[in-house]
Write a protein that binds this ligand. Structure first.
Ligand SMILES: Nc1ncnc2c1ncn2[C@@H]1O[C@H](COP(=O)(O)OP(=O)(O)OP(=O)(O)O)[C@@H](O)[C@H]1O
Ligand SMILES: [Mg+2]
Length: 291
C-alpha cells in the first residue's frame, strides 16, 4: 500500500519507527511536511501538490501533526480524506481532542469519569466558579500547557483565586480541577490502537512533585493495567473518534479518571518501556482500515 506520514520532522523517533515498520511490511511510505502541502478545492474535485508535484494514489495517511500547526495540518488531512485516503485519526477527531474543553465535555457525555472540572470567562464569576468545584486543593491548568508546564497545585482557596486572577490578567485560557491526592503523583499512559490497548506505562512524579510528566522529572515503568482501565481508555478514544490515541489516566478512589486523550502519542517512551514493536502494531492497524 501507499502510505503517507504527515510530520514536520523526519528525524523524530516516532516518525522513523513508523517508516521502518511500514517498509518492513512491504508498503511504500513517504513523509510529508504538512506545511509544504498545498491544495486546490473545486466542486468537481480536490487536488494536492507537494514541492511542485501532484500527490495521488495515497491509500493511508498517518497524521503526526504538532499542536502549533493544528489548523493548517488538519486542513491538509481533511483534503486527503476528501481525496479518498483512509486515516486512523480523521481531522475532526484531532480537532475534538485538541480542544480541551470540548474533549472534556464529549468524554463526560459518554459517562467517562474525570476530575471534576470548571471553567469560566468573567473575573466577576471567579468566587462562584470555585464554589462549583468544591473545597481546595485545586489544580489549575493552562489550556496551552503541555509536559506539565502550566499545571499548578493550589492548596488554599486564596491561592486558587490569585492564580485564576493572574492568568486572566495574561488573557490565558485555563481550567480548574479537583486535586486527586490519592493518585500520588502517578499517571497511566494507555496506548490505544483500534479497539485494543497495546501498551501501558506508569509515570511517577519525582519526590516533592505531583506532576508525573517525564519532562518534569517523572520516571516511566511498564505496568499491567486493569480491564476497567483498558475499557475506559478504549471508550475515550472512541468518544473522540480516534483510532490511535494515548489516553492518560489517574487512579482514584472512584476508579480510573481520564486526564487527556492525545491524538499524536509518542512512541519512544512506550516502546522503550514495553520493549514491544508498537509502530508495527500501528502500521498493521492502519493498513487494515476499510474505506
Ligand atoms: N486533577 C489532578 N489531580 C491530581 N494530579 C493531577 C491532576 N491533573 C493533573 N495531574 C498530574 O499532573 C500531570 C500533568 O497534568 P496534565 O497531563 O493534565 O497536563 P500536561 O501534561 O501539562 O498537558 P497535556 O497532558 O494535556 O498535554 C499529570 O500527568 C498528573 O500526574
Ligand atoms: Mg499530560
Amino acid at each position: 500500500m501507499k502510505l503517507a506520514i504527515l510530520s514536520r520532522n523526519t528525524k523524530l523517533y516516532s516518525t522513523r519507527r513508523l517508516v521502518e515498520a511500514a517498509r518492513s511490511r512491504g508498503h511504500t511510505v513517504r513523509i510529508l511536511d504538512p506545511l509544504r502541502c498545498y491544495m486546490r478545492i473545486t466542486s468537481s474535485g480536490f487536488g494536492m501538490h507537494y514541492k511542485g508535484k501532484a500527490l495521488t494514489g495515497i491509500d493511508v495517511v498517518i497524521p503526526r501533526i504538532g499542536a502549533s500547526i493544528t489548523r493548517y495540518g488538519t486542513a491538509v488531512l481533511r483534503q486527503f480524506e476528501m481525496m479518498g485516503a483512509r486515516t486512523p485519526n480523521p481531522s475532526d477527531a484531532i480537532l475534538r481532542a485538541r480542544d480541551k474543553l470540548r474533549a472534556h465535555q464529549l468524554l463526560a457525555a459518554k459517562g467517562i469519569d474525570m476530575p471534576v472540572t470548571v471553567f469560566g470567562d468573567n473575573p466577576d464569576d471567579t468566587d462562584d466558579l470555585l464554589s462549583m468545584l468544591g473545597p481546595p486543593p485545586h489544580v489549575v491548568k493552562l489550556s496551552e500547557g503541555t509536559q506539565g508546564r502550566g499545571v499548578i497545585l493550589t492548596e488554599k482557596l486564596s491561592a486558587s483565586k490569585g492564580t485564576v486572577e493572574a492568568l486572566r490578567g495574561l488573557y490565558a485560557n485555563f481550567l480548574v480541577q479537583e486535586f486527586i491526592a490519592e493518585a500520588q503523583g502517578a499517571d497511566l499512559r494507555c496506548l490505544v490502537v483500534g479497539d485494543q490497548v497495546v501498551a501501558t506505562m506508569r509515570r511517577q512524579a519525582q519526590e516533592g512533585d505531583f506532576r508525573s510528566n517525564l519532562h518534569a522529572g517523572g520516571v516511566a515503568e511498564r505496568v499491567q493495567c486493569s480491564k476497567a482501565e483498558q475499557q475506559v481508555a478504549i471508550r475515550s478514544a472512541k468518544a473522540l473518534g480516534l483510532g490511535i490515541a494515548g489516553v492518560d489516566l489517574i487512579r482514584s478512589k472512584r476508579g480510573p479518571l481520564v486526564l487527556e486523550v492525545n491524538s499524536t502519542p509518542g512512541l519512544e517512551g512506550i516502546e522503550g518501556v514495553s520493549g514491544d514493536d508498537i509502530a508495527g502494531r500501528m502500521i498493521e492497524y492502519v493498513t487494515s482500515l476499510k474505506r
